[in-house]
Ligand binder design. Structure first.
Ligand code: SF4
Length: 282
């Protein structure tokens, strides 16, 4: 299926990237999901001085069929990445950061305590910094979330990624029901919660609508909806390219289901315009 004409105008936009590339380029231990996942928005986000930091290495223990990130046996945690993240925040004067990670089923608590460590370090160094964490499912055990101090977190983000019917093919090893349970648990901590999906993997409108009502039932504040674009021929096939009109329709459906803040569009990704959306949601 070839890329619709409507999409081409978004590809390879020329943006002044604000020294982001230079700043990121000089780092050895730190990764960004922007670069690792080949995100199409890099130019736009970098021009706004935002980037999403990928902690706990760039090798994931899961094997989602849509994801370009390396799979296999991760390396031991390297805490030097904390200092490089701090340097980058300082160099780019970031006021809002998104911290995400691969899934680390090899770690006892799935990495929750390490996330907590990084967040506290950053808040200690940059008091006013707003922090969004985009987390894995921490080995699908709510107990592991007790290793996180929620008073340091501004937005707790966990993507459902797709509809429950596609989980066995698209998100092996993950659980739709557990992801909802985790978002509901965190909503109880009185912080902003966020989730995101991609469309174009073979879902139906009915399935998407049910997902919106499921997310609303766990009190989600912010939802992102974007088009799945296959990173390579070895990844999940694109089953449908949605038009901008259809993304407006999906936004309408999500808001009808009760979700207040919805960002929906062809190139929308979890951290896309994260700070702007956060400001609208507070
Ligand atoms: S868990 Fe996340 S990083 Fe790992 S393969 Fe799936 S989407 Fe990619």
């Amino acid at each position: 299926m070839s890329l619709p004409e409507e999409y081409r105008k978004y590809l390879f936009p020329k943006f002044k990237d604000n020294n982001v590339r230079k700043s990121l380029g000089g780092k050895r231990y730190m990764h960004t999901v922007c670069e690792e996942a080949k995100c199409p928005n890099r130019g736009l986000c970098f021009s706004k001085g935002t980037a999403t930091f990928l902690i706990m290495g760039d090798i994931c223990t899961r094997n989602c069929s849509f994801c370009a990130i390396k799979k296999g046996f991760p390396l031991p945690l390297d805490e030097r990445e904390i200092f490089e993240i701090e340097d980058t925040i300082r160099e780019l004067s970031l006021s809002y950061v998104v911290i995400t990670s691969v899934t680390r089923d090899d770690l006892e608590d799935g990495g929750a305590a390490y996330f907590d460590r990084i967040i506290k370090e950053l808040k200690k160094s940059f008091g006013d910094l707003k922090i969004e964490i985009l987390v894995p499912d921490f080995k699908k055990d709510l107990k592991n979330l007790n290793n996180l101090d929620f008073s340091y977190i501004d937005v707790f983000n966990h993507n459902l990624e797709t509809v429950k019917e596609l989980y066995p093919v698209v998100r092996k090893g993950a659980s739709y029901d557990f992801s909802l349970k985790m978002l509901s648990f965190v909503k109880g901590k009185k912080i902003k919660t966020k989730s995101g999906i991609m469309v174009g993997l073979g879902e139906t409108y009915q399935q998407i609508s049910e997902l919106f009502y499921d997310l609303n039932s766990v009190g989600i504040d912010i939802l992102t909806i974007g088009q799945y674009i296959s990173p390579s021929i070895n990844h999940h096939k694109v089953m449908k390219y949605y038009s901008e009109e259809e993304f407006k329709e999906l936004k309408g459906m999500a808001m009808k289901a009760g979700i207040k803040h919805v960002v929906s569009g062809i190139f929308v990704r979890s951290s896309f315009e994260a700070f702007e959306t956060f400001k609208r949601a507070i």
